[in-house]
Every structure is written in C-alpha cells, then in structure tokens.
Ligand binder design. Structure first.
Ligand SMILES: [Zn+2]
Length: 48
C-alpha cells in the first residue's frame, strides 16, 4: 500500500490526488524508510 501526503493540506491519502483540494499528493514513502531506521520502529504502526 502506497501512502501519499498532500502538500497543501498536509493530510495523508491513498489516492493519487487529494480529495479535499485536488492537489497531486506526494509520495510519503520516505517517511516509512526513515521510520524503519529508527530504533523503536514498530511494524504494527504501518498497518493502521
Ligand atoms: Zn489537500
């Protein structure tokens, strides 16, 4: 599942475009990679 984040309203979405402002959502994958490097990364976090 690919999580995206709208740069305008800062809300996360799974759609290609934000439902609220129709802005093209940016890939939020970098955040997952960052969390994976964190010592307290919890796999259950990603299943929400
Ligand atoms: Zn938006």
């Amino acid at each position: 599942m690919l999580l995206k984040k709208c740069p305008e309203c800062k809300s996360y979405t799974l759609e290609e475009f934000c439902k609220k402002c129709k802005t093209k959502a940016k890939d939020a994958h970098y955040k997952f990679l960052k969390l994976r490097d964190a010592p307290k990364s919890d796999p259950e976090h990603f299943q929400r």
